[in-house]
Design a protein around this ligand. Structure first.
Ligand code: ZN
Length: 380
């Protein structure tokens, strides 16, 4: 992947281009951020730029032999280490990332913003004990001690470096006294989970959430969903491309409309409407229902914020949702909003338990009814 293909993150892209143009690329870089913000995409984008033979204004050309290999993840001077589980054909202590390289390449091509669970699903591994072992660390030392094959640098990318465990201490000398032209780019989601000895020897750069508009453009280009759905999802994803893609690929729901309907049915409490609503919502997957409830929580948070600010311009909501707010204000005040939020956050946790979803939704509906009816008001 080239840096230019990462949605948004213009500030960080400029930062790295400047660092590289001024010859200040650190020998050990630690990129910290949720997978959905793109630390792995940045590691690859930086590596591609560093190896490009024809970069103009510090933009990798994308067509030279080096770029072709980098973007297919087969460049001989860009090495990957990532958490793995026992391979069918090898003992666990002999299994390393190299045994999973074909799968890793298809993962990067299809899901470079994916997380560790996505990766383990990709290799059909249910084992939660994925990590990088001693053999892996020795392999990294070997990779970086060799001469370059054809690239300008030897680059080692280590994904989820917190899963190096204490074996990572074997890499300290490498990080402290790097061989010429070698660069190690580590990524992790939580800087505190990484070995202190390693962390203290790296230059740390945070990868922030992606801006809402860039997520929206990405959704428009990659999913067949309408403009309102794009707006709902981009705000709900909070800068996380993985979350946004997951919601967009699954959801056939119109969240704001469904939420408003739920409140309406709950308020009126017409038995036929309630039954129809419960049957409709229960027909969705558990994941969809959870996402929908998270949406409602997000909406209620923004709704509260709107009440505090007494304006809706700065809210992370679409225009249609802001119209919903205007309708709701006649019936839902601040204490009611807080009570509703409590019901939703409590019940999200119940969905994965082995209970009847229909009963759960009906119970929630009755609780919502009680809250909405607690003062005499007319709901439109
Ligand atoms: Zn190139």
């Amino acid at each position: 992947m080239r840096l230019e293909e990462i949605p948004g993150q213009n500030h960080l892209k400029s930062y790295f281009k400047k660092v590289i143009s001024e010859n200040r690329m650190p020998h050990a870089l630690l990129l910290v951020g949720d997978e959905g913000f793109g630390p792995l995409a940045f590691a690859n984008g930086i590596a591609t730029l560093l190896q490009c033979n024809n970069a103009i204004d510090f933009v990798a050309c994308g067509v030279c032999s080096s770029c072709v290999k980098s973007t297919q993840y087969i460049h001989p001077d860009i090495h990957f280490s990532f958490p793995v589980v026992k391979h069918d054909k090898f003992k666990r202590e002999d299994t390393t990332s190299k045994n999973f390289l074909p799968e890793w390449r298809t993962f990067l091509q299809s899901n470079i913003f994916g997380d560790l669970n996505d990766w383990l699903n990709h290799i059909n591994a249910s084992d939660k004990g994925a990590n990088m072992n001693v053999t892996e660390c020795n392999g990294i030392i070997k990779n970086l001690s060799l001469k370059t094959y054809e690239g300008k640098y030897k680059i080692q990318i280590i994904w989820h470096s917190e899963l190096l465990g204490k074996e990572g201490n074997r890499l300290l000398k490498l990080i402290e006294e790097p061989t010429p032209e070698s660069i190690i780019i580590l990524t992790c989601t939580n800087r505190n989970a990484i070995l202190n000895t390693i962390r203290s020897r790296c230059q740390i750069v945070n990868v922030p959430p992606i801006d809402d508009d860039s997520i929206g453009t990405y959704l428009e280009n990659n999913f067949s969903i309408n403009g309102d759905q794009v707006n709902e999802i981009k705000y709900l994803a909070s800068g996380n491309l993985r979350t946004a893609s997951q919601i967009a690929s699954r959801s056939q729901m119109n969240y704001s409309e469904d939420m408003l309907n739920w409140f309406r049915y709950a308020y009126k409490a017409d038995p036929d409407d309630l039954n129809e609503w419960v049957t409709y919502l229960a027909s969705k997957s558990k994941q969809d229902i959870k996402t929908f409830m998270r949406y409602t929580l997000h909406f209620l948070r923004e709704y509260l914020l709107g009440m505090n600010l007494k304006e809706t311009n700065s809210l992370r909501l679409s225009n249609e949702e802001k119209n919903v707010i205007l309708k709701m204000q006649k019936i839902i005040n601040r204490p009611k909003t807080e009570q509703l939020s409590f019901i939703f956050s409590k019940n999200i946790g119940y969905i994965d338990r082995n209970l009847s979803i229909k009963i759960l939704i009906m119970n929630m509906t009755l609780e919502i009814n009680e809250i909405l009816r607690s003062e005499i008001n007319k709901f439109v």
